[in-house]
Design a protein around this ligand. Structure first.
Ligand code: ATP
Ligand code: MG
Length: 283
């Protein structure tokens, strides 16, 4: 079989991409290039256009403007299935799992391994799930336990291991750490690094520069649908990233507003305490 895909081309290349929903311009003039063995973080506030961007890459939407290439070849995906067939796998925050089904069934959901007469090969799927998870450093005692009993972080990890097993070249993670505590977020971040070490190109969407900075090789910062920065890690510090993401002056303004609000609230509480005849303490 000849492979006509240019091996030196980036896995994903978006150039000046734009997307509108009716009158709303969700994305304008955004460019992005993703190579294997690299983590690209997409940061931005609510409504910045992060999900719109990855929906273009994952075949849910088509861009209205700009070009989209996969492995150096222009593409126009009609559906997420087209993207998946080119090795682009997406793990959504609200994972499509069946909570009462065992971990191994969820791992193979929609891609069950069969033996003769159409019977599913339970033994193979159990063993494979166990060993694939182990390879990612997840030691589950029992792959027969319902996936609903795993923690949110573990479930994200199962989804990542699954995408890796089924041959993803590009792994897109939409806010995988948003709902997690510090420890679990750390576990997910570790698997992001592992996916990179296996040579995948990872696109990691997050609100949180403290999650992005340690694992990211490149950072795309969006604000109201536009790119406000696209940097290699060596060109940007964590503080600069945080400031860019929050839109520097906007963050200062917010800090000021919060101070004003809390000063007002403290005053009100003191008044209230006086009315109630309570003496406020000094702590
Ligand atoms: N299906 C849609 N129809 C109309 N407007 C949409 C649609 N999806 C998104 N938008 C709008 O496009 C803009 C970008 O939305 P998008 O979901 O890409 O942002 P986001 O960065 O993912 O935000 P969040 O952090 O809240 O997930 C927003 O103004 C949003 O209201
Ligand atoms: Mg979103």
């Amino acid at each position: 079989m000849t492979d006509d895909v240019d091996a030196t081309a980036p896995l994903i290349k978006l150039t000046d991409v734009g997307k509108r929903y009716g009158n709303v311009i969700a994305l304008r003039g955004v460019s992005l290039s993703v190579a294997g063995g690299e983590v690209t973080c997409v940061l931005g506030d609510n409504g910045a256009g992060k999900s719109t961007l990855i929906k273009i890459v994952s075949g849910v939407h088509r861009p209205d403007e700009g070009s989209f290439e996969v492995g150096g070849e222009p593409v126009s995906f009609a559906s997420p299935r087209d993207a998946l067939s080119r090795g682009i796998a997406t793990v959504y925050q609200d994972l499509a799992v069946v909570p009462l089904m065992p971990v191994w069934r969820n791992f193979f959901l929609g891609s069950e391994r069969r033996r003769g007469f159409g019977r599913i090969d339970v033994g193979f799927m159990r063993r494979t799930t166990k060993s694939e998870l182990l390879e990612m450093g997840i030691d589950l005692r029992d792959v027969d336990q319902p996936i609903g009993t795993l923690s949110g972080g573990e479930r994200q990890c199962v989804a990542i291991a699954r995408a890796v097993y089924f041959g993803a070249k590009v792994l897109i993670l939409d806010e995988p750490t948003a709902a997690l505590g510090v420890k679990q977020a750390g576990v997910v971040l570790r698997y992001i690094v592992q996916a990179r070490e296996r040579g995948l190109g990872v696109i990691f969407i997050t609100h949180n520069p403290h999650h992005a900075y340690p694992v990211g090789d490149r950072f795309l910062i969006l604000n109201r649908g536009r790119s406000v920065g696209y940097h290699d890690k060596r060109d940007i510090t964590r503080d600069q990233l945080t400031a860019l993401m929050a839109g520097g002056t906007e963050l200062e303004q917010l800090a000021h507003e919060l101070e004003t609000v809390s000063a007002g609230a403290a005053r009100e509480l003191t008044e209230e305490a006086k009315d109630l005849g309570v003496t406020p303490t000094d702590d």
